[in-house]
Structures are given as structure tokens and as C-alpha cells.
Design a binder for this molecule. Structure first.
Ligand code: EPZ
Length: 418
């Protein structure tokens, strides 16, 4: 397993172009299964989760040409999918295959994803919603086996929680269902909007996407389409926090700053010096930041995917901060590793308390999940001395060429292949 070796006290400068969104690309690639016409995608992030999903679809007859950030998909000759455990447990987004397959073929077999480092990650909201469209499910030897008697029928579905994945699964299934589907308490993340915009280009009839109520009029077939994936707001937020943790001037370009309003408001409250334009942010040097308290929440609230990164910044800011994690039940795996780097963080149930004004000191640490790993990279760049981060395959799932990008900004970072 690869390691990253980072020399601390980094100073960075220049600019970084934000790559395509992993969490938009994954559902959009899966949505191609709804149609027998080709789908061309641009600005696809070159990350491991995308390559793994493409490998999965290729195994089942889908023709895919993938070169760097462009993906051409021809799903005409698909044999029905049954995604196995070792694929699904590594990439939970595979569960999104259920909706399109049930809608197009009336059957689907997917391994139950199981839990992961940040939580049990159940799929009850997915299955309940799809059942309301007429699918029936059985659990057989760790697989979810879904069947539809004739055709999915549009329905009114009220989500008990605005689950991103469940909204995506139900939305995709409703595209070919008979009649109207109304999804209430839907997730409002920009990635849902991007998926909907791509489906509309494919011929779907969707309204209200990005709000908490989405309406879909079922259609009988879809057409050839091309779509450019939105930029990754979580990657953009990560680089903004990197510039602040190093008190360096940095321009983060090529993303819709509207999608990061909650982070920008928090950072300004902490005293950050930010010039915000529509598609870029310039971070300027400034005084030591102040502490603050926040809770993660569904969009447009503060994103759980930036919680670990902000925590690293709070460790070196003034005063005591608190973060309440309301989305996942175990998303503080980065805390013991940050404490190994000299942080002083305690966790009580769903709330972490971060004592500021700490000095990070280089050490050996272990990555545990995608966003926890990047919080360790941020701390390591600020630390006195050298840090080795083990199991960086977590990072490669969501950040394109992380060491190349950070190296180009001035960080002394290298990957040691094991
Ligand atoms: C998506 O995961 C993202 N992944 C996650 O990003 C992100 O953290 C999460 O949304 C929240 O924003 C992708 O888009 C591929 P949820 P998802 O369904 O869809 C519970 C990253 O780092 N829940 O909104 O799995 C669930 O257990 C990843 O890029 C149920 O109880 O998130 C969790 O506590 C990590 N039953 C909460 O809802 C269900 O059927 C939020 O989950 C579904 C979810």
C-alpha cells in the first residue's frame, strides 16, 4: 500500500484548477444504464472510484471508452448486472445501479454494500422508495434481488431523511416509470442537480431538482446526449482550507462558489481573508483565525465531507471550537490520527471539541477514509518535521493526482509505492 511522505512547514502559492466532481460523476455514469443510446461525459475526475465503476459496467457488456477526463458510454448491449460484494463494499455508489436496472430491465441483483469506516450506511430509504414505485426486494445470501412485475409506476415518495444516494436511486428509477413521481424531502446537493440536468439532456422530464421536492414525468425512451460534469466543491473547499492552514496566498479556480456558501460563511466568521468571485476564490494571507462552532447538515448546510478538513484548521486557530457531526455516526476516525500529530481533540458522542493553538509535529499516521486522509495531509503540510501517511489509496478515491497538485504549489511531498 502506497504511503505519502510530506515535509512540513510548507508554503504554497499560485493557483489550482478544481477537477470534476466524483459525487456527480458516479451517479451520472450509472444513469447511462437507463438508455440504449450513447452518453458522452466531459470533465470526469480521474479518480479510483470512477475507474472502478467503469470496470464494473464494462464487466457487464457496457462499451466504455475512458481517456483521462472524457468518458464515452454505449450501454446498448448490456447483460444484466449483478454487482458482487467485493466491488460494492469498495465503492458504495454501485448501489445506485439498482434504480436504472429495475427501470430498464425490471430486475437487478446487487450485493448488500455493508458498512464502511464512517458508518453502517444502510440502504432502507433506497429500497422503501423503489418499492413505492412497484419494485419488490428479497435479501438472498447477502444480495439484494429486486423485481418489477411489469413496469415501475410513478408515485408520491416522502423521504424520512434527505439521503443523497436514495434521492439519486429513486430519481433515476422514476425516469422510465409510468406517470408522475413526486419525491418530497429530497436531497438538494448540487450533484443531484447535475445528475438531473444530464438526465434532462437524455430526454427525461424533471422539475424541482435542487429543491426539496422533485417532480418526474416518466418517458418511454431516451436519446444520445453529452454532458459536462460540474467541478468538485469538496475538492475546492479542501484547497481553500489548505491555503488557510498554511497562511498562504492561493487562487482556487473553475468551480461554482455558490456551492460552497456554507464553508465560505464559516471561514469568514473565523476571520479568513477571501476574495470570492462566481467561479474562483482567492485566499489571502491574514491574521490567525478564530474558533467557531458548527454542525454538519444536508445541503445547503455545512457539508459532512468538509468536516475533517475544517477540523485540521481549527487545531491551529485561536480558542476552542466544536463540531457536531449529524450525518454519519462514526465520522471522527481522523481524530486519533490528528492527535498523534499533536492536536488536542476530544469526542463526546456526536461532538468533537478542538483546543486551538496547537503545534502539529510530524509523525507516522494512518488514513482511514477518503476525507479523514486529506485532513491528515493538511495537518502534515503545516507540521514541524516529516509525516508519513499510510494507506493513501483512500485519498486516490476522490483526489486527482494529489501529490502532483500539491507539489506544483510548493509542497515537498512524495509517494512511496509499496
Ligand atoms: C453521499 O453518500 C456521498 N457519496 C458522501 O460522500 C456524502 O458524505 C453523503 O452523500 C452525504 O452528503 C456519494 O455521493 C458517492 P446519504 P450517501 O444517503 O448517498 C443514512 C465522500 O467522501 N441513510 O445522504 O451514502 C446514512 O447512513 C462520500 O465523497 C440511511 O439511514 O449519503 C447516513 O447516516 C462519503 N438509510 C445519512 O443517511 C439509507 O437508505 C446520509 O447518507 C440511506 C442513507
Amino acid at each position: 500500500m502506497d504511503k505519502l511522505i510530506i515535509k512540513g512547514n510548507s508554503q504554497i502559492s499560485g493557483s489550482v484548477n478544481v477537477h470534476g466532481s466524483k459525487n456527480a460523476a458516479l451517479p451520472i455514469i450509472v444513469s447511462s444504464l437507463l438508455s440504449d443510446k450513447s452518453l458522452k461525459l466531459l470533465n470526469v475526475p480521474n479518480v479510483v472510484d470512477v475507474s472502478n465503476l467503469i470496470k464494473l459496467l464494462k464487466n457487464y457488456g457496457v462499451k466504455i471508452l475512458h481517456n483521462k477526463n472524457t468518458v464515452n458510454i454505449n450501454p446498448k448491449k448490456i447483460k444484466n448486472l449483478s454487482a458482487d460484494y467485493d466491488v460494492v463494499r469498495k465503492m458504495r455508489a454501485s448501489i445506485l445501479i439498482l434504480g436504472p436496472l429495475l427501470s430498464r430491465f425490471g430486475e437487478a441483483k446487487i450485493s448488500l454494500p455493508g458498512g464502511c469506516a464512517i458508518g453502517t450506511r444502510p440502504i432502507d430509504i433506497h429500497l422503501d422508495g423503489l418499492s413505492k414505485l412497484g419494485a419488490s426486494f428479497e435479501i438472498q445470501n447477502g444480495f439484494v434481488v429486486g423485481n418489477v412485475k411489469s413496469q415501475l409506476i410513478g408515485n408520491k415518495i416522502n423521504l424520512p431523511f434527505p439521503s443523497v444516494g436514495a434521492t439519486e436511486n429513486i430519481l433515476m428509477a422514476s425516469v422510465l416509470a409510468k406517470g408522475e413521481t413526486k419525491i418530497s424531502n429530497a436531497a438538494r446537493e448540487p450533484e443531484i442537480e447535475d445528475l438531473s440536468n444530464c438526465l434532462i439532456k437524455m430526454g427525461a422530464k424533471i422539475e424541482g431538482h435542487g429543491s426539496k421536492t422533485i417532480y418526474v414525468q416518466g418517458v418511454t425512451n431516451l436519446k444520445k446526449a453529452q454532458h459536462k460534469i460540474i467541478s468538485d466543491r469538496i475538492v475546492a473547499g479542501t484547497y481553500i482550507i489548505a491555503a488557510l492552514i498554511l497562511n498562504s496566498k492561493l487562487e482556487i479556480k473553475n468551480f461554482n462558489t455558490e456551492y460552497l456558501k456554507s464553508l465560505i460563511n464559516i471561514l469568514k466568521k473565523m476571520g479568513a481573508n477571501l476574495n470570492v468571485n462566481n467561479n474562483s476564490i482567492r485566499v489571502l494571507k491574514g491574521p490567525k483565525l478564530k474558533s467557531t462552532n458548527l454542525s454538519t447538515s444536508p445541503y445547503p448546510g455545512f457539508p459532512t465531507d468538509l468536516q475533517a478538513q475544517l477540523m485540521s484548521l481549527m487545531c491551529i486557530s485561536n480558542g476552542k471550537s466544536k463540531i457536531k457531526e449529524t450525518i454519519f455516526e462514526n465520522r471522527f476516525m481522523h481524530v486519533p490520527e490528528l492527535n498523534r500529530l499533536g492536536a488536542h481533540i476530544t469526542v463526546e458522542k456526536d461532538t468533537a471539541t478542538i483546543i486551538g493553538n496547537q503545534i502539529f509535529k510530524g509523525a507516522q499516521v494512518m488514513a482511514s477514509d477518503l476525507r479523514a486522509s486529506i485532513s491528515l495531509v493538511l495537518a502534515a503540510m503545516n507540521a514541524n518535521g516529516q509525516t508519513t501517511i499510510n494507506r493513501v489509496y483512500h485519498l486516490d478515491r476522490g483526489y486527482e493526482n494529489i501529490e502532483k497538485t500539491l507539489g506544483s504549489l510548493g509542497v515537498e511531498i512524495k509517494r512511496k509505492k509499496n
